[in-house]
Design a protein around this ligand. Structure first.
Ligand code: NAP
Length: 326
């Protein structure tokens, strides 16, 4: 495993990381979470991604318990969480759902710390933009959370390049802690933001990237070519919004064609897809997901495929997928 700086920050993250969306609490219980965190850590993964909204807080609780059981030195791992949607518990949604207002953020961090059982969280993200809260209010709140020692770095997820730049400039002007990272979707079928829209920001403000869904939720494994497997994410009722995308005929056909390229590289299509995302030097860490230990082990081995992606291979992959990418 190699490590990359999170943008121009001093923090180094493993090229592959592991997240808990969908899986924790729903497909991965406490014992499996511990086993998979341990396997990832043993393979050199030092960054574990989470969010307040994942399993309505239960994902943070599970990860926190697993980290306590594993007893790793706190310096050796990086944990992140994200805020925006709020928790789906009882009570009125006003001021604490779909927002980045100061009141919500200052209380959300305390809730996350409690669920994780940690003194601080390494990296916190604004999980989506909030057009209804002044940017300065959000930037100041994120910076204050860091000044209070409750988090160490902050960033955004799925913000526009213009909003990221504005947030950075506001922080610069007011001597606040600046955002250092963005967390966008990035895979063979979803490329525009990372490759075009954010391109000026990598040098301009030293933006780092932790990218999500390298397998397009499993589409890039090839498992959806013959329909939706009953034990897959695509079959879960709460994931119905993914169903049409996972069954996309043209993309599934392209995945079928990628199999020949993968076979030549002596790897699976999933490993090829993950390695392809790692190959982008502007990506600090590719956040993988897995519902089973065997998936995680296979995905971690993608790191050995990166060097096999020569310009010639990359251009063949482009030829099969670029026209279908957004
Ligand atoms: N910031 C954001 O808005 C945002 C959004 C989404 C995700 N994320 C982060 O990114 C992480 C990764 O995203 P993701 O889970 O969507 O990643 P992904 O790699 O696109 O999908 C992972 C899923 O694909 C299936 N899979 C993985 N490896 C496989 C293999 N080798 N063979 C067969 N199936 C395999 C598993 O689902 P099944 O076994 O259920 O089919 C697994 O849970 C998340 O955990 C989260 O931390 C962030």
């Amino acid at each position: 495993m190699q490590y990359r700086h999170l943008g121009h920050s001093g923090l180094q993250v493993s090229e592959l990381s592991l997240g808990s969306w969908v899986t924790y609490h729903n497909q991965v219980d406490a014992a499996a979470a511990r086993e998979m965190l341990a396997a990832a850590f043993d393979a050199g993964v030092n960054f574990f991604d989470n969010a307040e909204v994942y399993a309505s807080g239960a994902s943070e609780t599970l990860m926190g318990a697993a980290l306590r059981a594993l007893k790793w030195p706190r310096l050796n791992y990086i944990v992140s969480t994200k805020f925006f949607w709020g928790l789906d518990d009882d009570g009125p949604a006003i001021n604490r759902r779909n927002t980045l207002n100061r009141k919500y953020l200052m209380q959300a961090i305390d809730g996350s710390l409690q669920r994780f059982g940690l003194d601080f969280i390494d990296l916190i993200y604004c999980h989506r933009p909030d057009p209804f809260t002044p940017l300065e209010e959000t930037v100041r709140a994120m910076s204050d959370i860091i000044s209070q020692g409750k988090a160490l770095y902050w960033g955004t997820s799925e913000w526009s390049a213009d909003d990221i730049r504005s947030a950075w400039l506001l922080a610069e002007r007011h001597h606040l802690h600046k955002p250092v990272v963005e967390q966008p979707q990035y895979h063979l079928f979803h490329r525009h933001r990372v490759e075009q829209e954010y391109a000026p920001l990598y040098e301009e403000i030293g933006l780092g990237l932790t990218t999500w869904s390298p397998l397009a939720s499993g589409l890039l494994t090839g498992k959806y070519r013959q329909g939706v497997p009953t034990d897959s994410r695509g079959a879960r009722p709460e994931m119905a919004f993914l169903a049409a995308g996972l069954r996309d005929a043209a993309r599934n056909a392209a995945v079928g064609q990628l199999e020949a390229v993968a076979a030549e590289l002596r790897c699976s299509v999933a490993q090829l897809a993950i390695a392809w995302a790692v190959k982008n030097p502007n990506v600090s860490s590719v956040i993988t997901g897995a519902s089973k230990l065997s998936q995680l082990q296979a995905n971690l081995a993608a790191i050995n495929v990166v060097e096999r992606l020569t310009p010639e291979v990359l251009s063949r992959i482009d030829g099969l997928t670029a026209a279908l990418a957004t």
